[in-house]
Write a protein that binds this ligand. Structure first.
Ligand SMILES: Cc1cc2nc3c(=O)[nH]c(=O)nc-3n(C[C@H](O)[C@H](O)[C@H](O)COP(=O)(O)OP(=O)(O)OC[C@H]3O[C@@H](n4cnc5c(N)ncnc54)[C@H](O)[C@@H]3O)c2cc1C
Length: 398
């Protein structure tokens, strides 16, 4: 058994940025990161890859290259927790003990929750920007569309990372068709299990204008439950206002699926999960509600914010400060306010930058109305944020 002062599970956005901030603030800390993947991904750019305007190779780096100096990378996956003994067990059968544990394994994509999807995804014009392997295929599908065809986009009933991503690719596709004189000739259908276009009125009003302008057909309360790729048929469960359900089958010529998502199975089955399976943390301090030397950060936690990298950026300094307070026997004073952000691409060169907190109150960075589509915010998404991610956020300086 090997012991570490601070053990981090997950070397994604949250795990790496937290490790980097810890080590910057206190040199000499003994930090280890358990992460099975050899690759590290910048997932927010997959939307742009799907729209044919970002190189997929610029969204990936070797995991070894993002591990902060001074941290030890354990290339393994955690399979179970023994919080009473301050231990975790990994896939290879190793046991690691810790003084403090930070849990950041992200969210799990459940492709198999949609009948027929695993068999057809990646072929038959069925695609998803939620996978590194498939995002380039999305653009191939968009380009293959001809007059008279239907492009179908879905969003699930579960929690999901970047709740705006299913819409972003819909708007990019519709704008692509408009630019190629195919507006009105290709049907663009957005079928979502959600009940509204966006949970905050200020942004919802502007998004409705985008939908009207691009001619996107919106269908709410539609939850994708099955796909028949060979016959190009998608089955949705519809739940009406009274809770009465029915099914509808839609034909498609291309289908972009946002898969149902959940906490990772090994978290759901662990003693650190809440009743819904998420890492059970205090939504302000990010400390575990029962095990005081455990913290959670990122998409896998129970905090009721939009699950985004933008949220992680605001969570990391709170976690670091509170962990240091705990180590020094002081009161934990730092609080996360639920900030999240969704850069909603509404066409090529156009972006609405939604920013909000736990109360769904807009919490905007710039001194202008961010609900209006802007070219400057597109530049932020396409050029500035990726740079910030690789050079500042993962280094613990932003
Ligand atoms: C298409 C798409 C578009 C997006 N757009 C945006 C956007 O515009 N803006 C934005 O802010 N966010 C966006 N996001 C969301 C953003 O990428 C995530 O919210 C962010 O990556 C969350 O960080 P995380 O560390 O919690 O999870 P991740 O970055 O996913 O990292 C989790 C890590 O944990 C590892 N792990 C998993 N299981 C184990 C295990 N058993 N043991 C050890 N390690 C494990 C994984 O290998 C992974 O490296 C988007 C995501 C997608 C897919």
């Amino acid at each position: 058994m090997t012991h570490f002062q601070i053990l981090i599970i997950g070397g994604g956005n949250a795990g790496i940025s937290t490790a980097a901030q810890l080590l910057r603030k206190k040199k000499g800390l003994q930090v280890a990161i358990i992460e099975p993947s050899e690759k590290h991904y910048y997932q927010p750019a997959w939307t742009l890859v799907g729209g044919g305007t970002f190189n997929i190779n610029d969204t990936i780096k070797k995991e070894a290259s993002v591990i902060p100096k001074g941290a030890k990378w354990i290339k393994d996956a955690v399979i179970s927790f023994q919080p009473e003994q301050n231990q975790v067990t990994t896939k290879t059968g190793n046991i690691y003990s810790y003084d403090y544990l930070i849990v950041a394994p992200g969210i799990q994509l459940n492709w198999n929750w949609v009948k027929g999807l695993p068999e057809t995804i990646g072929k038959n014009n069925v695609t998803s920007n939620y996978s590194f392997d498939l995002a380039p295929y999305t653009f191939e599908c968009i380009q293959s569309m001809k007059p008279g065809m239907t492009a179908l986009f879905t969003s699930p009933s579960t929690a999901l990372k970047c709740g705006g991503a299913p819409q972003k690719i819909t708007y990019l596709a519709a704008d692509y068709f408009r630019k190629h004189d195919l507006k009105g000739k290709i049907k663009v259908d957005f079928s979502t299990a959600g009940k509204v276009i966006f949970g905050i009125k200020k942004y919802a009003v502007e998004l409705q204008k985008v939908v009207d302008k691009l001619g996107v057909e919106m269908h709410y309360r539609h939850d994708l439950i099955a796909v028949d790729g060979n016959n190009k048929m998608a089955t949705f469960k519809i739940t009406d206002e009274n809770g009465i359900t029915s099914e509808i089958i839609k034909h498609f010529d291309m289908l972009h699926v946002t898969p149902p998502q959940s906490a990772p199975d090994f978290i759901i089955q662990s003693p650190i999960a809440n009743e819904k399976g998420w890492v059970d943390v205090d939504k302000y301090t990010l400390q575990h509600t029962r095990y005081k030397n455990i913290f959670g950060i990122g998409d896998a936690t129970s905090t009721p914010n939009g699950k985004t990298g933008a949220a992680v950026r605001k969570q990391a300094p709170v976690l670091v400060q509170n962990l240091f307070s705990l180590m020094e026997g002081k009161e934990m004073k730092s609080k996360y306010n639920g900030y999240s952000s969704c850069p909603i691409v509404v066409g090529y060169g156009k972006l609405i930058l939604a920013e909000f907190d736990y109360d769904n109150k807009p919490s905007e960075t710039f001194p202008f109305d961010q609900s209006k589509p802007r070219w400057s915010m597109w530049i932020l998404k396409k050029y500035i944020l990726p740079w910030l991610y690789w050079h500042k956020i993962l280094k613990g300086t932003a």
